[in-house]
Design a protein around this ligand. Structure first.
Ligand code: PLP
Length: 389
């Protein structure tokens, strides 16, 4: 059945309705899962929509349609992880294959970029994306790809998307934004001119911490075709069951994020007022240097934050030994609250020098706020902080 009525619907409606009641065989309201690896031909030379599971799968196509719609793209390529989605971006770069990236982007992204640079596939230039002069210098040479990440992980530094995307385009670069931290519920880089949006769907999009996955959203039909080709070529496409679970997760994205960021605001305000906390990095606090920018380019402040303990690494160890309710675990964006020490966990792949340049100190802690009740999260932090000598 044609779904023309969805054209003018809100994103909160589209995220629920795409793929619903679309099964021609039995009228299943929820799209069935197709675990099959292969599809028969109707006859000689008569291929149906799908032939082989690496190249195409109905569950992968539905979640791709939802994510492309949420991000305002033309299509999306669903991959086996966020890093696999990023890795597609530099498979086919034109010209000098120069990639400009923030020096405080996700540590795994840096490890991947450095590995591809060592192989000679790309040239990587790291830049402080908060330093206009450094960005202009980095983009003064022709550049194939400008990759942005906002807010940055774990320091929650924002960049002005409109301004930087325009600068990237001026340098002849295509611009990609890693939108993992906010999700399409809170930020839509395509609105500011981004050519690509990348997600680790492992995080908010799936939202239940039970799938590793990624998405590369493209804004032209040519790029959708090109990167689907590459995903199939290198075998990076998302599995059917992962796609099925991610679709189930994304249905509740808007309500989850709304609730999570409301709790995050309360937690951030509690930490800000605590004497053992030196700094809180959360864009929802008026003290955040880019609070106004967050209001302008985001639809909310999100549920990620980091804070620095006045007592440094010793204090971190004491808190981590006593913290309740928060799991001491990497990743983010799930229904459960998490606490990590970026320098030794999420960002351990970065050298000591790179950590110092990025401003990630030993006393820094990152929180991902889940769907538990805010007073319980605050009480857990209060009890944990009380254990610091
Ligand atoms: N981008 C960001 C901002 C991330 O935080 C992560 C993972 O933590 C990734 C990309 C990589 O995603 P994945 O772990 O799904 O490969």
């Amino acid at each position: 059945m044609s779904k023309d009525y969805l054209k003018n619907a809100g994103l909160g409606t589209k995220v629920i309705n795409i793929g619903i009641d679309s099964d021609p065989t039995h009228g299943a309201v929820m799209p069935p899962i197709y675990l099959t690896t292969n599809y028969s031909f109707e006859g000689f030379g008569k291929k149906r929509t799908y032939d082989y599971g690496r190249s195409g799968n109905p569950n992968r196509d539905i979640i791709a349609e939802v994510i492309a719609e949420l991000e305002g793209g033309v299509g999306a390529v669903m991959t086996a992880s966020g890093l696999a989605a990023l890795d597609l971006l530099w498979q086919d770069l034109p010209g000098n294959r120069r990639v400009v990236v923030p020096h405080d982007c996700y540590g795994g992204t840096q490890r991947l970029l450095n590995a591809r640079a060592r192989q000679g596939l790309i040239k990587v230039v790291y830049v402080d994306q908060g330093d206009d002069a450094a960005i202009e210098a980095a983009l003064s040479e022709p550049t194939a790809l400008f990759l942005l990440e906002t807010p940055s992980n774990p320091l929650m530094r924002l960049i002005d998307l409109e301004k930087l995307i325009a600068l990237g385009h001026k340098a002849g670069a295509k611009v990609a934004v890693d939108n993992t931290f906010l999700s399409p519920a809170l930020q839509n880089p395509v609105r500011f001119g981004a050519d690509f949006v990348v997600h680790s769907t492992t995080k908010y999009i799936n939202g239940h911490s039970d799938v590793i996955g990624g998405a590369l959203v493209c804004t032209t039909a040519e790029d959708v075709t090109l990167y689907r080709w590459w995903a199939n070529c290198v075998g990076a496409t998302a599995a059917p069951f992962d796609s099925y679970l991610t679709l189930r997760g994304v249905r509740t994205l808007f309500v989850r994020v709304r609730q999570q960021q409301q709790s995050a605001q309360s937690v951030a305000e509690f930490l800000y007022a605590h004497p053992k906390v030196k700094t809180v990095h959360y864009p929802g606090l008026p003290s955040h240097p880019q609070h106004e920018l967050a209001k302008k380019q985001q639809a909310g402040f999100g549920a990620m934050m980091s804070f620095e303990l006045a007592g440094g690494l010793e204090a971190v160890k004491q808190l981590f030994d006593h913290i309740e309710l928060f799991s001491l675990a990497e990743s983010l964006g799930g229904i459960e609250s998490l606490i990590v020490h970026p320098a030794s966990m999420t960002h351990a792949a970065m050298s000591a020098e790179a950590l110092a340049t990025a401003g990630i100190s030993d006393g820094l802690i990152r929180l991902s706020i889940g769907l538990e009740e805010a007073p319980d999260l605050i009480a857990a932090l209060e009890r944990g902080l009380a254990q610091i000598a």
